[in-house]
Write a protein that binds this ligand. Structure first.
Ligand code: NAP
Length: 280
């Protein structure tokens, strides 16, 4: 069993604390606000929780679970307090800029990204089994000590998540398409429903909206800070995904405008066949 530090006790950090503590690990939690620490203790997320970074001096593994923009400043702040053998990892949704900057700061750093979440945030959103059956990506580089991957793989197995390894840049290109692009598309869907309907029709649409709208609007109705961070830190890959999406949308729009139902049928048959490998 390991002594594990978690900085940031929100949805992801709190959920990690709940599951890793249930596995018998000792969890030391750090948050900005005392109220978050108190709630983390009440909810059984950590054995100890506070705001003092020097309490991390004897942790073996440290998870950085703050918002993306705070990951590197947090690493700089905790660095002087850590034992040199501490394995440091993060959970940020974007990897290349974090891994590139963190590795020179801490040679025992291995980037990670659990591909699980909800539209909730904060300590109250933490839940057990959040990572079960979900992909958990590790992004080792040529200089990452191999034992870090072995140690984190063991923890990922305890979370019952599915471990994948890839280069940070490959991760960022892939998640731009399947995670960051959907946030922007889903947000624009919600905005379009608001803008295109008069008040009476909008009220009717809200009453009629069911599972289809719930599915397609879910990620656009989530944490705005997270959406902005994804766009800021993965801008080039997201921009490329958006350009490609505009082309697909324009092609479908043209088919509808020209009443080319054969072409639309072929396009939708193609997407129907293409979807399963992404979701099964
Ligand atoms: P969250 O629920 O908002 O929790 C963030 C936590 O970080 C809180 O404990 C907060 O402390 C602390 N924090 C906020 N700003 C900070 C700062 N400037 N310095 C230090 N601590 C700070 O966020 P989350 O959804 O768990 O996301 C955390 C990380 O997980 C992000 O890097 C995100 O990219 C990644 N991630 C998110 C999801 C998702 O679906 N949400 C999925 C996978 C990965 P206080 O409570 O004290 O304010």
């Amino acid at each position: 069993m390991s002594r594990i530090g978690i900085v940031g006790l929100g949805l992801i950090g709190g959920s990690l604390g709940l599951d890793l503590r249930a596995q018998g690990h000792e969890i030391l939690g750090i948050a900005r606000r005392r109220t978050t620490c108190d709630r983390a203790l009440e909810r059984g997320i950590a054995d100890w929780a506070g705001t003092e970074l020097n309490r991390l001096s004897n942790v073996e593994i440290l998870f950085l679970c703050t918002p993306i923009a705070a990951i590197l400043p947090t690493l700089e702040q905790v660095r002087p307090h850590l034992h040199p053998d501490t394995l440091v990892t993060d959970v940020a949704s974007v990897k290349a800029p974090i891994v590139t900057a963190a590795t020179p700061l801490w040679p025992y750093f291995l980037g990670g990204h659990p591909m699980a979440g909800t539209e909730q945030q904060g300590v109250e959103a933490a839940q057990t089994h959040l990572f079960q059956n979900a992909p958990y990506v590790l992004t080792p580089t040529a200089t990452t000590p191999p034992e870090l991957t072995i140690i984190l793989t063991s923890l990922i197995q305890q979370l019952q998540a599915q471990r994948y390894c890839c280069a940070p840049e490959a991760h960022d290109r892939a998640v731009a398409s399947i995670s960051h692009l959907p946030v922007i598309i889903s947000a624009s869907l919600i905005a379009s429903c608001q803008q295109s309907l008069d008040a009476e029709t909008q009220a009717l649409a809200q009453a009629l909206a069911s599972s289809g709208f719930r599915d397609t609007s879910r990620v656009g109705g989530g944490n705005p800070e997270l959406g902005v961070m994804m766009a800021r830190y993965n801008r080039a890959a997201l921009q490329a995904a958006l350009d490609s999406y505009r082309e697909s949308l324009a092609a479908l729009s043209d088919q509808i405008e020209q009443e080319d139902w054969d072409a639309l049928t072929a396009a939708l048959q193609q997407t129907q066949a293409a979807r399963p490998p992404f979701v099964e």
